[in-house]
Design a protein around this ligand. Structure first.
Ligand SMILES: [Zn+2]
Length: 133
């Protein structure tokens, strides 16, 4: 059986015990014993169903951990600044329900909001200026 790489059209090679590293948001996991077809030229892979499932689960785990870290960070910053959720939502100009969802991890907080919170975390003296904007 020959399979051509969908990316570069070179011949792919069968491997039953591949180890792949999955990375997301600065954290990595190693998934061992992956079976599938691998392109020696460009690195593309077509995993068997069971391997694709395990590889996907590793990605899901990293994504979930990243969200947990983010929601914990948002809460930590808010508490450090001694703000209620309502005050924090007014500070950054969003609804209090949205802020609560970000803090509980129900919704991924938008990157600009996170950057703003980190800025105020590093420079709490800017708090009143941010609130006045
Ligand atoms: Zn390829």
């Amino acid at each position: 059986m020959k399979i051509k790489c969908p990316e570069c059209s070179k011949a792919m090679k069968r491997d039953e015990s591949r180890t792949e590293r999955v990375e997301y948001d600065g954290e990595a996991m190693t998934v061992e014993g992956l079976a599938g077809w691998f392109c020696p030229s460009c690195g593309e892979a077509i995993l068997d169903d069971e391997s694709a499932r395990r590889y996907g689960e590793a990605g899901d785990t990293l994504l979930a951990r990243s969200r947990e870290r983010l929601q914990a960070e948002i809460r930590r910053i808010r508490k450090k600044l001694k703000l209620t959720q309502v005050e924090a939502s007014q500070l950054v100009g969003i609804g209090k329900i949205a802020f609560s969802r970000y803090e509980r991890g129900e919704t991924q907080a938008p990157a600009p909001l996170v950057k703003l919170l980190r800025l105020v975390d590093q420079h709490p003296e800017l708090l009143s200026e941010v609130g006045a904007l």
